[in-house]
Write a protein of this length. Sequence first.
Length: 260
Amino acid sequence: KVIWTVLVTILGYASSLPVGDESICTAEELAKYRIIFIGKWSQTAFPKQYPLYRPPAQWSSLLGVTHSSDYSMWKKNEYASNGVRDFAEKGEAWVLMKEIEEAGEKIQSVHGIFSAPAITSGTGQTSTELEVHPRHPLVSFVVRIVPSPDWFVGIDSLNLCEGDRWMDEVSVDLYPYDAGTDSGFTFSSPNFATIPQETVQEITCSSPSHPANSFYYPKLKILPPIAQVTMVKLKKSQLGLSAPFINLPAKSNEIIDSVS
């Protein structure tokens, strides 16, 4: 009976372990990527209350980090940190940078920080380079929607490693998120703190379900992407070279304006 009990206990424990090592990166070396952020926030795609002045539609600088699964910059359905709040509401990066640095010092969960310049219109592109490590294969970033109460786009913990190899290229459509720290409904709403704070939520064509919401398009099934990000693995011969302009095909009802 004792032996049988031990066997059942061991088997029960084994069944609770993850199957396979797909989540473990076994690539042998570092990899560098060019990350290209493309704004698709046009008046044609998002005509409702489209900001034309004071300020016109634009994007903040991009702030990102390469990290392990022990760190999280932001997550849907969880509370935004003070740093993410400041960035989403005001575009201020100081507190978020401190949070990233502290996480790296305490639990060695951060490999590097990267940033890309702001875009001064709703459509356009910006880019920079980032470096990932086998123990830090995840990428997260945020870009503030300007103007907005506390709205942003970004990626949470995208894994660029597949087993023993780095992905050559990956593109992700981006949709707006509400940081849950300001209760404004429109792009130009005055500052009105959300008390108590709410969790980060995706903004859709029907949520928040209020006619005043700048993204409220009840006739649509889904919002078109407001932005897109592409990450391209650099070959050793490409390191240090400027990024080429990427003209990606339009999808849904959004347009891509030409950028010189």
